[in-house]
Design a protein around this ligand. Sequence first.
Ligand SMILES: C[S@@+](CC[C@H](N)C(=O)[O-])C[C@H]1O[C@@H](n2cnc3c(N)ncnc32)[C@H](O)[C@@H]1O
Length: 203
Amino acid sequence: MNKHELQSIQKYNRIASDYDNSFDGKFTAKFKQKILDTVLLNDGDRVLDVGCGNGSLIYALKQKADIHAYGIDISPQMIAECRKRYDGIDFKVSNGEQIPFEDNYFDTVIICCVLHHLNNPQSFFTQAHRILKPNGTLIIGEPKFFLLKPFIDYIISPLLKAGDNKLFTHKKLKRLATENGFIIKDIYKKKFMQLLSVSKTAY
Ligand SMILES: C[S@@+](CC[C@H](N)C(=O)[O-])C[C@H]1O[C@@H](n2cnc3c(N)ncnc32)[C@H](O)[C@@H]1O
């Protein structure tokens, strides 16, 4: 396990029981609401939330359609919190870089404010492509700070010790998606939020 993974586990274990009231919980709320408002789901779909935190997004998605819902997170306390709160959702402790599901399994995979925690985001894209069905959808939410990015990457993140790697520019996110076989379907940018909806290339 690397330094960022350890820091993420320590930080999110610590705040799991009151995550919604934490800075991260409040910061991510608008991302989750936007995903909830815009994602297209059909009854019977399989949907995975990678880095699901306390499970509130995947639970809300399950209220929107009769989906088979799954969540993984590297923090055991976050997953314990998910299991305490929500029945009928399959939660597992897992790193988003090695996703423990079979090929072509999911209709939709979501990763909300987690990608910048990963040591190797490339591995996540490879895994997301593998576990999505042909034409499946990947939704990526990431913070967008533009001019503040170098300050956050080199000063704030190392001080916070919360397991953050470098933030993503919009271009980098698009490149990672397309280089890993995804087609860009939709892009949404507002204030500190960037959301990409990409589709797995049909074979
Ligand atoms: C900012 S929180 C976002 C949580 C949730 N997606 C939300 O929007 O509320 C980041 C989450 O990513 C998880 N995380 C960090 N590194 C991870 C990794 N390598 N694999 C899976 N989850 C990870 C943390 O434990 C934490 O729950």
